[in-house]
Design a protein around this ligand. Structure first.
Ligand SMILES: [Zn+2]
Length: 115
């Protein structure tokens, strides 16, 4: 059993809407829905839906987690532009995360790369 208590981290924790795991805000990407649809932004006003990976984006879409996060019904079509923006955002995130020491190795993730 590995505990992931990081006493030095002052970053607020957010829950990924895909895997429901709490992670530091800096390790997650925030999605908001605005008048022109869903977008990736840390600063935009509105309800945030936090995601830790592209996998969780798809999981969240299937589970209608965006509906809950944004308190409105979300069409799958509305999420499509998000996928591309998320890919870019996660690329940035991974680059930034590689500069940090790894804390708590997640071993329970399926290694299957389908699709
Ligand atoms: Zn996740």
């Amino acid at each position: 059993m590995v505990t992931t208590s990081d006493t030095r981290a002052a970053a607020p924790l957010r829950t990924c809407i895909g895997c429901r795991q709490q992670r530091p805000q800096s390790n997650l990407v925030r999605c908001v829905v605005g008048p022109h649809g869903a977008t990736v932004s840390r600063t935009a006003a509105g309800r945030g839906a936090w995601l830790c990976s592209s996998t969780c984006f798809h999981t969240a879409g299937r589970r209608k987690a965006f509906d809950r996060a944004w308190k409105q019904s979300v069409h799958p079509d509305a999420l499509q532009p998000l996928e591309h923006a998320l890919r870019i955002a996660f690329d940035d995130l991974i680059i930034n995360m590689e500069e940090l020491p790894t804390v708590g190795v997640a071993n329970d993730e399926p290694a299957a790369t389908k699709g």
